[in-house]
Design a protein around this ligand. Structure first.
Ligand SMILES: NC(=O)c1ccc[n+]([C@@H]2O[C@H](COP(=O)([O-])OP(=O)(O)OC[C@H]3O[C@@H](n4cnc5c(N)ncnc54)[C@H](OP(=O)(O)O)[C@@H]3O)[C@@H](O)[C@H]2O)c1
Length: 228
């Protein structure tokens, strides 16, 4: 079991529909949080005044080192990272603009890769990284090819890096939730979402991810989020 009491956890995408309930659940378990997003007001709206709030642009190639150094400077130790940021785009492979594809890969794949690599240099034994991928890494769907590819890349990175980190007793957890009612699909960086069935509640997905952290799980496939 991993006890989160007093642990220094960095949450990226804390202002998001999944990030905010994740932060509240981690704080309720006693974690000391450093929370990041692009907008100070949205970070304040989470309602955790005791958390250290940092603004960060995930397209910045130095984002990994910058965020990890900030936690070490402020708190002296980093015990865990939860990457809950991301962007989505809809449209066929032929239609998507190149800059949309670049943004999907930068935010959904390269940013968590860079932050994970930086964190691996400082996390102690028992430390963890949770990267939120998505169900489309398991089952890619039409009109989401570049989004699915960005998530599959992250899932592949997590699986390989996990076996390397195990020697240092650090866990890299890949979480692949199904559709969740965060509003993500209503703010794509390109295209329009198809009609989607009602998704999971953000609170239930956040609770499942936190239980995976405390129960020392290594992988969270989409089936792990099933409510049935
Ligand atoms: N919702 C779903 O159905 C679903 C299902 C499976 C997986 N996921 C994955 O779960 C993660 C969270 O999704 P969500 O539904 O919570 O989305 P969301 O509500 O739109 O939140 C996205 C978060 O990412 C941050 N972000 C986006 N682009 C950024 C950038 N360039 N620099 C810094 N921060 C940036 C946003 O910060 P700002 O506040 O600054 O915008 C926000 O905190 C994503 O990786 C998503 O792919 C979601």
């Amino acid at each position: 079991m991993t006890d989160l009491q007093g642990k220094n956890i960095l949450v990226i995408g804390a202002s998001g529909g999944l990030g905010a309930p994740l932060c509240r659940a981690l704080a309720a378990a006693g974690a000391r949080l450093t929370i990041t997003g692009r907008d100070t007001r949205r970070l304040q709206d989470i309602g955790l005044p005791e958390a250290t709030a940092l603004t960060a642009e995930l397209k910045d190639p130095n984002v990994g080192r910058t965020l990890v150094d900030a936690v070490i400077d402020r708190h002296g130790q980093l015990d865990g990272v939860v990457f809950a940021a991301g962007v989505v785009a809809f449209g066929s492979a032929a239609e998507l603009d190149d800059d949309v594809v670049d943004e999907l890969l930068l935010v959904n794949y390269l940013a968590p890769l860079r932050i994970t690599r930086a964190a691996l240099g400082v996390l102690p034994a028992g430390g963890f990284v949770v990267n939120i991928s998505a169900v489309v890494a398991e089952t890619p769907v039409a009109n989401m090819s570049a989004y699915a590819a960005s998530k599959s890349a992250l899932t592949a990175f997590d699986a390989a890096a996990r076996t390397e980190a195990r020697r240092k007793k650090i866990r890299i957890v890949d979480a692949r939730p199904p559709h969740t009612e965060t509003g993500l699909a209503t703010r794509p960086i390109a295209g329009v979402a198809p009609k989607l069935p009602t998704g999971l509640t953000p609170e239930s997905v956040a609770a499942r991810i936190v239980s995976a952290i405390t129960d020392d799980e290594l992988d969270l496939p989409s089936s792990a989020f099933s409510t049935g």
